[in-house]
Design a protein around this ligand. Structure first.
Ligand SMILES: [Mn+2]
Length: 269
């Protein structure tokens, strides 16, 4: 059963190409909800090395391309993050959707702004090299620790408190939103879902899909909701849908000139 139709669904920080990307879960979530607008709020890729993409990662991209088919009447928006910076040309070619630095829209008389959020991360802006080293170290540690609860918990704290500075991003985004007369501002980047209100402007963070807690945002006439993704045992995942997604995947990886098999070849770089 699909949910009632939301105006907008927002997800961010899926980090396709990373070992910890929960692409399969994100795909299941998208299939279970209905919406007239989808905002991919940055860092959907962990970098632009498509050889790291696994089959589930291509399937997610294939489904995005399918959703963006004009016949479906769904607006699909890709907002660039710091990890998928410079992606515009590739994405419009590969998936057929437009890439934005920031995206504004109106719903029921309320002005909305979606921006990835790294723009308000002063540490990242002024220490790009150090930040890259931290991130690489962090990804490596996350990879070896997958499933080991204590390290995972430590990493999640490190991620949000030390590395991404949730409250600074929130504060920067709220200030920026105000200059654009937005009443609601949405960011990703920090990997920590949250909401806060200041001077009549609401801020929401969509969290991430790389940790135990995976979150997404929905907007409809009842307001804005942050959801925790819960894996469903009986998920109505029909065989027909599965093979459809598989052929989408084959087509997409073919049209990109890449193959999923490449991930098994040890090509440096
Ligand atoms: Mn980011």
């Amino acid at each position: 059963m699909k949910t009632p139709c939301y105006d907008t669904v927002i997800l961010s920080d899926l980090h396709l190409g990373s070992e910890v990307s929960r692409a399969e879960a994100a795909l299941q979530m998208l299939k279970a909800v209905s919406f007239s607008r989808l905002i991919l709020l940055g860092d959907i890729f962990c970098d632009l090395n498509f050889r790291r993409l696994k089959k589930e990662h291509w399937q997610f991209l294939g489904y995005i391309r399918k959703l963006s088919n004009p016949k479906r009447g769904i607006t699909v928006v890709w907002v660039e993050g710091n990890h998928d910076h410079g992606l515009s040309d590739v994405m419009s070619h590969l998936v057929g959707i437009d890439v934005y630095q920031q995206y504004e829209w109106d719903f029921e008389g309320v002005h909305h702004l979606a921006i990835h959020g790294h723009q308000f991360d002063r540490f990242l802006v002024s220490n790009r090299l150090l930040s890259n080293i931290f991130t690489a170290f962090h990804d490596q540690l996350q990879k070896v620790s997958f499933g080991r609860k204590r390290i995972v918990n430590f990493l999640e704290r490190f991620d949000t408190v030390w590395l991404r500075l949730s409250s600074k991003v929130a504060s920067g985004a709220l200030g920026y939103g105000k200059t654009l007369h937005a009443q609601r501002v949405f960011c990703g980047h920090t990997h920590e879902a949250m909401q806060v209100k200041r001077d009549g402007v609401e801020y929401f963070n969509s969290g991430s899909w790389t940790q135990q807690r995976a979150t997404y945002i929905t907007i409809d006439s009842t307001g804005v909701t942050i959801h925790d993704y819960e894996e469903r045992i009986d998920d109505n995942y029909s065989g027909e849908e599965r093979s459809e997604t598989d052929s989408e995947f084959a087509e997409l990886s073919h049209s990109s000139g890449l193959s999923a098999d490449l991930e098994y070849e040890n090509i440096p770089g």
